[in-house]
Write a protein that binds this ligand. Structure first.
Ligand code: 5GP
Length: 197
């Protein structure tokens, strides 16, 4: 059985990772989403087991101790982590998996799974990033400034990724990521059987 692809989409907060990944999943039925665990409170409309597994800090720390996460990070005061077991099972079954995680987590995954495909999503400009975070209306001014300052540092980390995609529009970004996935599936190293003719 051919192993599935581990596709990691990351980038600074406010770049539109969530929207792009949502649209990507909606129009790529063969791609499965890895639902993260988090200690943050659900936002309006978010559902447990769908957007995240909403768990307590205690549960999260138990899970860390048990080695249950592929990676985890503290993002703006809350824990976020990628459950390991499900991913391993699905990749082994040939399923492509999408992780939408922050840059700290993505760097962890790079170390542990160098065979993963790392896609960095960039905003078209810092001004646009600020406009998007403000437009979301979920952050206090202090939190917004914290996120913008972190984003400037995070952009530099993007150079370590395999691919850079500028989020000019959701449609375009989705198309590019789909293109990356198709190209990765066509790599000679992943198609040994195609040569047995
Ligand atoms: P939000 O609270 O807005 O849903 O997410 C905040 C940040 O946490 C986003 O950058 C999101 O990509 C990131 N995030 C979500 N799940 C995970 C995860 O499992 N691991 C890590 N490292 N970051 C995550």
């Amino acid at each position: 059985m051919k192993q599935g692809l581990l596709i990691v989409v990351s980038g600074p907060s406010g770049t539109g990772k969530g929207t792009v990944c949502g649209e990507l999943l909606a129009c790529t039925p063969e791609l499965a989403y890895s639902i993260s665990a988090t200690t943050r409170e659900p936002r309006e409309g978010e559902k447990d087991g769908e957007n995240y597994y909403f768990i307590t800090r205690e549960q999260f720390e138990q899970e860390i101790a048990a080695g249950g996460f592929l990676e985890y990070a503290n993002v703006y005061g809350n824990y976020y982590g990628t459950p390991l077991k499900k991913i391993e099972e699905r990749l082994a079954a040939g399923q492509d998996i999408l992780l939408e995680i922050d840059t700290q987590g993505a760097l962890e995954v790079m170390k542990k799974c160098p065979e993963g495909i790392f896609i960095f999503l960039l905003p078209p400009s810092m001004q646009e990033l600020e406009r998007r975070i403000r437009g979301r209306g979920t952050e206090s001014e202090e939190s917004l400034q914290r996120r913008l300052s972190a984003a400037r540092d995070e952009v530099e980390l993007g150079r370590q990724y395999d691919y850079a995609v500028v989020n000019l529009s959701v449609k375009q970004a989705v198309k590019r990521i789909q293109g990356i996935i198709l190209a990765e599936h066509s790599r000679t190293g992943r198609n040994e059987e195609a040569f047995e003719i």
